[in-house]
Write a protein that binds this ligand. Structure first.
Ligand code: SAM
Ligand code: FES
Length: 455
């Protein structure tokens, strides 16, 4: 008994450039079109659509197999999808002109392909060739750097409704030849399209990278372009054991543009997570919240919006508080959210809070600093109060999740003594600070909550 009436496998096996493969002949466009058409016809509860690896028929791609009948389609294009969904999935009749039913020929091609592949891998291994995975990792900075530079130069906004390299170069105040080279690379990366000498934004770039678009994320992403400079110091930072000033970037918090991008970056990460955190913690018996290092205020805003009686205080450094104020005012919760400029490493926290939050804070500080914050938070909480840490939390040998391990290096190059920490470390510090009960709440996404509860 099949759980779905139909199961479609679309090959999306990526191969090195120049090697025939289904993505190179359009399988992702087919996949997207299938998804849309299946939903549009109300068939999504009857059809399971999945991607799969190479089926050995790469010269005939994009390849798709439809079960339970085991119908093999070849050279499917997005323009064929409406017919396939209507005729095959709707009426149960395969689209014959696209079906490949010559089983012996298919098997011969797949076996030949497999044998060639194995021979090529054996030859590469014998020759000591660097595996593709390592090669890609080594050069992984190139696409990243192209996109970061495009964002810095605001190229996607300059492309607008379409323009040539010279026009775009003039708009971004750059050399036309070099702008053309970057624009071509962005086309190669699938971030722009080109027709004749005219460049155009893809729908994705127009949506996320163009000034004025509702979902534009450029301001927040510029924070990543800023920390690129500190990542370049990683080798020295590993030697010295702490951050090393990056040439030319200036003192970070003295630079207003840096701080604005930083807080926009924090808002980008926090705005969707904040309601999940509030839901996970619940608002029963929560009257006063202290949000240490609240940044854009996303978490206090989410508390304030979900519970009109809650009062939040955001303590952040004086350079950031005016920016926090902008987000709080925009959210319309100024009456519930108070701003406190200060230093959480020095200042008295006050008393009587039901929740003290440390969202994306502990990774900036050393173990000693975190232990001290936890101890002072313990004193500032009301009975039954909770200390909440949200962060990337490492496993006990600190090698996973990958994002948390990499983020630890982000803290090495950007802070005096910060790092990602493990669940065991957080639990140990909370217990030492006087929280008898400590629990972990997993959230969707890369970070989790550690909650210390007072009796
Ligand atoms: C990584 S951001 C997290 C922001 C916010 N909690 C969030 O999750 O979106 C760290 C925040 O802590 C603030 N911060 C850093 N050092 C601080 C200190 N000593 N006292 C108060 N705030 C501080 C920064 O200005 C920034 O807003
Ligand atoms: S890459 Fe799709 S069949 Fe080989």
């Amino acid at each position: 008994m099949e759980p779905f009436r139909f199961h479609l496998f679309v090959c999306t096996q990526q191969k090195p450039e120049g090697v025939p493969c289904c993505p190179a002949s359009g399988s992702f466009a087919v996949l997207g079109a299938l998804d849309r058409e299946i939903q549009a016809r109300g068939l999504d509860n009857h059809v399971q659509l999945t991607t799969c690896g190479c089926m050995g028929l790469c010269d005939e791609g994009p390849v798709m197999v439809a079960y339970p009948a085991g119908v093999w389609y070849r050279r499917v294009q997005a323009t064929d999808v409406s017919e396939i969904v209507g005729t095959h999935l709707g009426d149960g009749k395969p689209v014959e002109r696209l079906v490949w039913s010559d089983a012996p020929a298919m098997k011969a091609m797949a076996v030949e392909h497999r044998d060639k592949f194995r021979a090529a891998m054996a030859a590469r291994d014998k020759a000591g060739t660097l595996p593709d995975r390592l090669d890609q990792m080594i050069r992984g900075y190139m696409p990243s750097r192209c996109l970061l530079t495009a964002l810095e130069l605001d190229i996607f906004t300059a492309v607008g409704d379409g323009a040539n390299a010279e026009q775009i170069g003039t708009r971004i105040n750059a050399n036309a030849r070099a702008a053309g080279m970057l624009l071509n690379a962005l086309v190669a990366l699938g971030l722009l399209s080109k027709s004749g000498d005219r460049y155009q934004n893809t729908p994705e770039s127009a949506r996320f990278f163009v000034q004025g678009s509702k979902d534009n994320q450029r301001d927040g992403l510029l924070h990543t372009t800023n920390i690129w400079h500190s990542w370049s110091t990683l080798t020295d930072a590993v030697r010295r054991g702490t951050r090393v000033p990056a040439d030319g970037t200036g003192a970070r918090h003295d630079n207003a543009a840096w701080t604005r991008n930083f807080i926009a970056g924090m808002q980008r990460n926090a705005k969707d997570r904040a309601p999940l955190v509030v839901k996970a913690l619940g608002t029963a018996d929560v009257h006063r919240v202290l949000d240490l290092g609240g940044g854009s205020g996303a978490y206090s805003i989410a508390f304030a919006k979900s519970y009109p009686d809650v009062r939040c205080e955001i303590l952040d450094i004086p350079e950031v508080v005016p920016l926090t104020g902008e987000y709080v005012r925009q959210a319309g919760v100024s009456a519930q959210v108070k701003l406190r400029p200060g230093d959480m490493l020095q200042d008295d926290f006050g008393s009587g809070y039901d929740i003290i939050m440390l969202n994306a804070i502990c990774h900036m500080f050393s173990e000693q600093q975190n232990r001290d914050i936890f101890r002072r938070a313990h004193q500032a909480l009301a009975p039954n109060g909770r200390l909440v840490v949200q962060d990337f939390i490492l496993n006990s040998d600190k090698t996973a999740p990958q994002q948390a391990a990499l983020f630890s290096l982000n803290m090495l190059v950007n802070t005096e003594a910060g790092a990602s920490y493990s669940e065991v470390e957080y639990a140990t510090w909370m217990k030492a600070a006087g929280f008898p009960e400590v629990s972990r709440i997993n959230l969707p996404g890369p970070s989790s909550l550690m909650v210390g509860l007072l009796p």
